[in-house]
Design a protein around this ligand. Structure first.
Ligand SMILES: *Cc1c(COP(=O)(O)O)cnc(C)c1O
Length: 305
């Protein structure tokens, strides 16, 4: 597993709580998973003690999106049988992701982000290889037992009372996504992310994600100028404009704030969000240039489909 940020850390903590031994590769929280490290670790693991490579596709705490196909390619080059497991919770239905095509074994998703629903549904996509591995796995399984779910699903049932309301919601969310067309959905998020980054740059602030190849289209994390507290800024914005932005989590608490642009989102929502931030930056006495919202609006106007 790679310490790409707070959500990767939470996933590691869960694995450790389940009794698994985790090799947690550190990063500076500004980069995604490094495929070269994956290859090196797997090549060194002659005894095949590593059972799985685990990656958070879109790290919601940092706004960094790891490239999954190069991770798969690194695993294939190493010729190692480990499974590839990916958390797509904040990318699913906002950023292009391909479980089968990219050769992922277990994809983890949830209802509450790009699928535009309340929390409550957890979704797994699993490969045949992962299903086979689960049959000989020694970890206790009950809630996470795929076999019970697959058996009941065959005749249209669940092994427990399902979250029926959320399933109706999911059906509607999928209709909405299909109506817009997935390529258009992804392009909409790419465009809002680019407009956001232009605003950040014009404000004279810095995006946390250090590699443009890994910019997230779900959210943008913004670094505060040295000596200024992000949480105080967000507090001002919440009090004055009733707008709640993402705080810095874990290691970056107080150092960054996060602008979400995933799921159900449009041009005017982004314009309102950036305006609120710009006014908040003024009110909080943070050194910045008032050109951010204008730069974003210009880009949005120039790129109207
Ligand atoms: C939101 C999120 C989760 C799940 O968060 P919970 O609060 O535990 O539901 C997991 N991973 C990522 C990347 C997320 O964005």
């Amino acid at each position: 597993m790679f310490e790409t940020g707070h959500f990767a850390t939470l996933w590691r903590n869960m694995a450790v709580a389940l009794g698994l031994e985790v090799d947690f590769v550190p990063t500076d929280w500004r980069h995604g998973v490094d495929p070269e490290v994956v290859e090196q670790k797997l090549v060194e693991d002659k005894g095949h003690r590593i059972k799985s490579v685990m990656a958070v596709h879109n790290e919601t705490s940092t706004g960094v999106t790891s490239k999954i196909p190069p991770v798969r390619a690194a695993m294939d080059r190493a010729g190692h049988p480990a499974l590839l497991m990916v958390d797509t919770i904040s990318s699913l239905a906002s950023i292009d992701y391909r479980h089968q095509e990219w050769g992922v074994d277990v994809t983890v998703g949830c209802s509450q982000k790009g699928l535009m629903l309340p929390p409550g549904l957890g979704l797994n996509a699993i490969s045949e290889k992962a299903l086979q591995a689960s049959k000989s796995a020694k970890l206790p399984q009950s809630f996470w037992d795929w076999e019970a779910m697959l058996t009941a699903n065959k005749i249209g049932f669940f092994p427990y009372t399902p979250a029926t309301n959320l399933l109706y919601g999911l059906q509607e969310a999928i209709h909405m996504l299909e109506e817009e067309g997935l390529p258009n959905v992804f392009a909409r998020h790419d465009r809002h992310a680019e407009a956001t980054r232009r605003a950040v740059q014009a404000w004279g602030l810095e995006v946390l994600c250090a590699d443009p190849q890994e910019y997230s289209s779900s959210l943008t994390a913004v670094m505060m100028p040295e000596g200024y507290d992000a949480d105080a800024l967000l507090d001002t914005i919440l009090k004055k404009f009733d707008m709640c932005l993402g705080i810095g989590l874990g290691k970056v608490k107080g150092k960054i704030f996060r602008i979400g642009h995933l799921g159900h989102f449009n041009d005017l929502m982004l314009a309102g969000t950036l305006s609120g931030i710009e006014m908040g930056l003024s009110l909080a006495g943070i050194p910045f240039s008032k050109a951010g919202t204008a730069a974003a609006l210009e880009y949005l106007a120039d790129t109207l489909g």
